[in-house]
Design a protein around this ligand. Structure first.
Ligand code: FAD
Ligand code: NAG
Ligand code: NAG
Ligand code: NAG
Ligand code: NAG
Length: 492
């Protein structure tokens, strides 16, 4: 089927030489009536863009191209009030829409739409308040921008670990950071959400103003409205140490041993790693990220990793943003992609063996698609990582007694017709690793999967466990007209 937007765009191109007044008239007839209505009803701080405009291309594009759809138009709201007006129009007309922050959604349709795409990029403030040790951060930013703005104040927030990730989706799903062992998930550091409710009302949601909604926004993603600003706690931040090391196949047993040893024995809250098994061009390898929150780590913590012969090494004392930019995370930008995840309680040698086997197995089996890239991010946080928030303080994780260590499965490929095969492989691989972990005694049968890594058809109970009824009741209260159901995502 030819997307409607293409049919609309073509006559506009032909009319490019028409007189401006005629063009205006023609536009009003041709352009989607919902989009023109939004344009007319919102203030001059807000603009609407159509296919053929570079701003439209920029607004609809995503890190994973499979997360992009052709919208009727994109809207860049400039005020929270205008966001409310837009929600009013799409809600009353039943128009599908999407809300896009940093565009890093791994699931198709979560921040894209054939309807109206709301691009949050104009919410770009970073305002640091030294007195309260908080920063107000706009929902249109990526973490790189936030780190850069806070660095001159020698403070930081608990945000993304690699370059390019959006503040909004990351925070609304939970937020695993380099600083998580020390400070918790990003949601544990939010003191207020400025929220445009589905009714259009703009409110600051805090623990005092609306405890249930404050709880729901911490992991409940885009179910309760559109967030325009986050108020985040800040923490002193100096130089850090770390960066990227890559290892080739012959050294993977040593890397696995170093990773298992780190996971089992390092208790320094300032130390963190991501060991990424990948399969590229017919060979497994590892991209290893090391992090220490200080200019030089105590000896013993990373020595094993540094001693293994490497292919490349970019490890040094540096500022926080430089470390974030050292990762190769943006190298698959524009490929199709999917995430899936398993929540583990331990990264044992047996699990790491299984992960290597899965890497090779799926790397070989999926090689019919020439753009194939297979990766497994091993994220060994400390078991105490959930202790920074009170029990029942957030939608995710539904229980905080046991620390869950996310494994992020990420596959990238080229062809749309390969989508189903890759999605199915990501399901099977997660199921196999989960089964093996259960077989070795890990108590994870009902362990919640991180919403920002979970594949799109994960049942709600798999994300929110026993919180599902409370979240559904909250959704019914905050969004009685089901306006947010016109957007994609895990729907309560
Ligand atoms: C390369 C890469 C690295 C990553 N690293 C990490 C990591 O270190 N730790 C971690 O925890 N996660 C990580 N993630 C996962 C990340 O948290 C999610 O992809 C997250 O959804 C990205 O947020 P975004 O704003 O960029 O995405 P978007 O695609 O813009 O949005 C994602 C979801 O949030 C909703 N949303 C966006 N803005 C708003 C808003 N203002 N109000 C309401 N809903 C909104 C969207 O509708 C969509 O459902 C990573 C992802 C990638 C691709
Ligand atoms: C534009 O908005 C004004 C008031 O906001 C309304 O009176 C008018 O009918 C609208 N015009 C169109 C074409 O929608
Ligand atoms: C990621 O790569 C894309 C495509 O090359 C580029 O447009 C984008 O700016 C990059 N993002 C970051 C954060 O460097
Ligand atoms: C919400 O709080 C922030 C930070 O204090 C403030 O800038 C903003 O104006 C408030 N918004 C509303 C709607 O009260
Ligand atoms: C490797 O993984 C595949 C796919 O999950 C599985 O069928 C196979 O038995 C595994 N091999 C070993 C040695 O575990």
């Amino acid at each position: 089927m030819v997307p409607k937007v293409l049919l609309l765009a073509a006559p506009l191109v032909l009319l490019a030489h028409a007189r401006p007044a005629a063009l205006e008239l023609q536009k009003r007839i041709l352009l989607d009536p919902i989009c023109t209505r939004i344009d007319n009803a919102t203030s001059s701080a807000t603009s609407v863009h159509y296919p053929g405009d570079l701003r439209y291309d920029n607004d609809i594009s995503h890190w994973a191209s499979s997360s992009t759809q052709l919208a009727k138009c994109s809207v860049r709201p400039g005020t929270a009030t205008d966001v409310g007006i837009i929600l009013g129009i799409v809600g009353s007309t039943g128009t599908p829409f999407a809300v896009k922050g940093g565009g890093h959604a791994s699931n198709p349709g979560f921040s894209s739409t054939p309807g109206v795409l709301i691009a949050m990029s104009r919410f770009s403030e970073v305002t640091y308040d030294a007195a309260s040790q908080t920063a107000v951060v706009g929902a249109g930013l990526i973490w790189d921008d936030v780190y850069a703005a806070l660095a001159p104040h020698n403070v930081n927030v608990v945000g993304g670990r690699v370059t390019g990730v959006g503040v909004a989706g990351f925070t609304l799903g939970g937020g695993y950071s380099w600083l998580t062992n020390q400070r918790g998930l990003t949601i544990d550091t939010v003191t207020a959400f400025e929220l445009v409710k589905p009714s259009g009302e703009v409110v600051n949601v805090t623990q005092n103003s609306d405890p249930e909604l404050f709880f729901g926004l911490k992991g409940g993603m885009n179910n309760f409205g559109v967030v325009t600003r986050f108020t985040l706690q800040t923490f002193p931040q100096g130089q850090v140490w770390g960066g990227l090391i890559t290892y080739t196949f012959p050294h993977l047993p040593d890397v696995a041993a170093a990773t298992a040893n780190f996971a089992a024995s390092v208790t320094d809250l300032k130390a963190s790693i991501i060991t990424t098994y990948n399969f590229l061009l017919g060979q497994p390898g590892v991209s290893q990220l090391l992090f220490y929150d200080g200019p030089s780590p105590p000896s013993g913590i990373f020595d094993d990793f540094l001693a293994i012969p490497h292919l490349t090494m970019d490890v040094s004392a540096r500022d926080f943003l430089s470390l974030v930019k050292s990762s190769p995370a943006n190298s698959t930008y524009g490929q199709r992609g999917i995430f899936n995840s398993v929540s583990l309680t331990q990264y044992t040698p047996t699990i790491l063996d299984a992960i290597l086997n899965e890497t090779v197995f799926w790397g070989s089996h999926l090689s019919f698609d020439t753009g194939v890239f297979i990766s497994y991010d091993v994220e060994p946080f400390l078991p105490s990582l959930f202790s920074h928030g009170a029990a029942s303080s957030s939608a995710y994780p539904p229980a905080r007694g046991t620390g869950l260590l996310p494994l992020n499965i990420y596959y990238a490929w080229s062809l749309e017709l390969s989508d189903d095969k890759f999605h199915e492989a990501a399901r099977q691989s997660a199921a196999r690793i989960k089964d093996l972990a259960i077989a070795e005694g890990q108590d994870i049968v009902d362990a919640a999967v991180y919403p920002n890594y979970a594949i799109y058809d994960t049942p709600l109970v798999g994300l929110y466990g026993g919180n599902v009824p409370a979240l559904q009741a909250l959704k019914a209260r905050v969004d009685p007209q089901n306006v947010m159901n016109l957007a994609g995502g895990f729907r309560l």
